[in-house]
Design a protein around this ligand. Structure first.
Ligand SMILES: [Zn+2]
Length: 478
């Protein structure tokens, strides 16, 4: 039985989908006015792990991740500059081009991280009528009100406001009192914008739409209510986001969902913790807000970063260091070398399958770890225990090799660390050198054999003698 930690109840709960035949998941996606740093990539890998795990456990899934391409305001505040517009000015492009560019980069990053995309990835700018409809409804119910610069949600009209973060409105008000309030027409400091008019400092806003309540553009929170309702219906199972979404963005979503009646039930709220760099908060000014492309530039494989993320439980703060990324590289190589080696092993006739028990037991352990709130770090132990058991064998039947391959491929349905046949990426030139080295060794020409080994290494590959291999050696990329 899958158990998930629900932020709403602050405990692990049995996962029972609204519709047993189809688990539905909504994930808050990126705001695409700039590059996404590796902290955002952690969130993407977390979402991917949930989707992959549910499928692994036999659920059919429908999943959504939105792309925030509306040039809304700084973080989740209602005041401040429009980052999309700022980026557009800086790069001399229109906001739609900016959004498209950064969305494409994001999708490319996900591909390199072996993230399987959700069923739907709607863009906020393409779902404006759905957002307007909810705002109109809230205005009609007098839960929303109009001021000179926009339409606001009156949090005092929703008594449950704060139930996700466990903060009462009073607590929140205390925290908010230090902030400068630019809009004095707001009923409560926590009231948030559903829609901003293209007036005053927003009069130059390029992304704008007509609405019955006035021309403008949507606030940040409304798109998630509109899109989750449209693609998943009024009840769905899992809503994910980063822990920074809990106190404002997700509280606001719940308020909009409930008061509009568009989404009446989100069963489980799951949040991933932050990623830190060298034990400290990631910082642009300190140069530690790394992008995936920064890691690639330093010759790291994105899959090594994926491994690093999976090695920490999603609810724990993840400490990114280059040392840990090195470990990721080694682990990914170890796993891929093991998997690729299976095809190169010499087989013998055997009546027994000596590793079948290990495969069965470790698959069970692995599944138990995943069912315990997606405990990927614990799940890795099952993978390595199996590999150790297999490595103790000195002779292999084809059946045992098949068992090992199936085991590795099964676990990889969640882990996603096996690279598409690294073996085929070994160029003919390297294979020829390896063959020549084999001949040299057979002729006892050790000097020549050493020379060829060095040459193979210089070209970026490793050759290891292995008696259990068909050819007597194993080749891998360094
Ligand atoms: Zn959201």
């Amino acid at each position: 039985m899958l158990k998930v930690y629900n932020t709403l109840s602050r405990k692990k709960e049995d996962f029972v989908p609204v519709k047993p035949e189809n688990a539905k998941i909504y994930s808050c996606g990126p705001t695409v006015y700039s590059f996404q740093h590796i902290g955002n990539m952690r969130a993407a890998i977390f979402q991917d792990t949930i989707r992959r795990s549910l499928k692994f456990l036999g659920f059919k899934t429908t999943s959504v991740q939105n792309i925030t391409d509306v040039g809304h305001l700084v973080s989740d505040e209602d005041e401040g500059e429009d980052k999309m517009l700022k980026a557009a000015k800086k790069e001399n492009k229109d906001p739609f081009q900016i959004a498209k560019f950064y969305t494409d980069v994001y999708l490319q990053d996900l591909k390199q991280l072996n993230v399987i995309l959700p069923t739907f990835m709607p863009k906020a700018t393409e779902e404006i009528p759905e957002q307007i409809e909810i705002i109109e409804d809230l205005l009609k119910k007098e839960i929303a009100y109009t001021t000179t610069d926009g339409v606001y949600f009156d949090v005092a009209k929703f008594p449950e406001y704060g139930k996700l973060s466990g903060q009462s409105l009073e607590d929140k008000q205390q925290g908010a009192s230090d902030r400068v309030e630019e809009n004095t027409e707001k009923h409560n400091p926590q009231d948030f914008a559903l829609w901003k008019f293209t007036t005053g400092k927003n009069s130059n806003h390029i992304m704008k739409w007509d609405a019955p309540f006035g021309e403008g553009f949507p606030g940040w929170h409304i798109e998630c209510s509109a899109m989750s309702a449209k693609y998943l219906g009024s009840e769905f199972d899992i809503h994910t986001g980063g822990i920074e979404h809990i106190p404002v963005h997700h509280e606001n979503e719940i308020a909009q969902n409930t008061c509009s009646g568009k989404v009446t039930n989100v069963k489980y709220w799951l949040h991933n913790a932050h990623l830190q760099v060298n034990g400290e908060k990631m910082s642009k000014s300190a140069g530690t807000a790394y992008l995936l492309s920064d890691l690639i530039e330093k010759n790291y494989d994105p899959i090594a970063f994926r491994e690093l993320v999976l090695r920490t439980h999603y609810r724990k703060s993840l400490n990114f260091t280059f040392e840990s990324l090195e470990t990721g590289t080694n682990n990914v190589n170890k796993i891929n070398d093991f998997y690729n080696k299976l095809d190169d092993l010499k087989t013998t006739q055997k009546d027994t399958n000596e590793i079948l028990n290990s495969a069965t037991n470790q698959l069970e352990n692995f599944t138990n770890s995943i069912e315990d709130d997606f405990n990927t770090p614990k799940a890795f132990a099952s993978l390595y225990d199996f590999m150790n058991d297999f490595n103790k064998l000195t002779q292999f039947s084809q059946e045992e090799i098949n068992t090992a391959k199936q085991f590795m491929e099964k676990l990889d349905e969640i882990l996603g660390l096996l690279k598409p046949k690294t073996k085929t990426q070994i160029p003919q030139q390297i294979q020829d050198l390896a063959n020549q080295r084999k001949d040299a060794k057979e002729n006892k020409d050790w000097a020549k054999a050493d020379e060829l080994r060095n040459k193979i290494q210089e070209l970026g590959f490793t050759i290891k003698d292995d008696k259990t291999a068909k050819e007597g050696y194993l080749l891998s990329k360094k």
